[in-house]
Design a protein around this ligand. Sequence first.
Ligand code: PMV
Length: 308
Amino acid sequence: MLQQSACAKIILVGEHAVVYGVPAIAVPVSSLRAFAHAVPAETFEIRAQDLGKRLSLDADEPLAHLARLTLERLGCSQAPAFAIEVHSQIPVASGLGSGAAISAAVARAICAGLGQSLDNDALNALVYEIERFYHGTPSGIDNTVIVYEQPIWFVRGQGIETLSVGTEFSFVVADTGVPAPTYESVGDVRRLYETQAERIQPILERIRAISQQARHALAQGDAIGLGRLMNENQECLEALTVSSPELERLVQAARHAGALGAKLSGGGRGGNMLALVTPETAETVHTELLKAGAKRAFITRIQHKVAP
Ligand code: PMV
């Protein structure tokens, strides 16, 4: 049956602050994907080879819960006679949205297996439920950018806004190789927020201004401005304690190699960082990041786009 998929994502600006209602900007990485498809089987199960898991429909696991929710949403009261095979190119626990992408691909494969479909709003709501399993208090940014596969301006609890992009922007994404579960860094920021509000609140307000200016820079095609804002956002994330020596080594290496700006992306403490480059500096920054210890690095682009 037809293979279904969902993309990875990067957060340009606003991670962590987005949990507290501050706007953030996220963009899809369409070249890196999770795949799922239905294959004939006597009883329903999810076969996630990469994770070394075979899950029955009643398993106490997020993906089995997703399958139950999806079937319920489709009005299907019996376990279907197919299995869902899943594999993913997206590294786990690295800030690229692997969990949400796998969930979205599996839900799409269940729909396709039943010859039905769900619109993006319904799919987004389902994937969000599963994000809550993984993260506790997710803002919803990962599932939203991944399900709609468009650059988004995201404010928790509000409808999505797609973004205008004034020119093509190129980024190098590099992985520290240090897995870092998002719920831990989100939990630590929560504790800071609750115990040191007078210190944390101004940082969140600074990030709000950064997101607003970054939206403008994106729309204007202002790469220099966007790079400066990414650097400023990295400072804020360091102040929120979610950076790490490995991330900072890569951020510095990217800036020295000519990146216009660099910051961690996603939950932080490990996982991936992001460097804004020009077509002329992309290769050098890519090479220097690998030399500085990145376990993987790739180049991704945001296309020029006029929002409707
Ligand atoms: O899943 P990650 O590591 O890309 O992080 C998601 C972004 C956070 O702002 C850190 C958490 C959230 O729920 O928005």
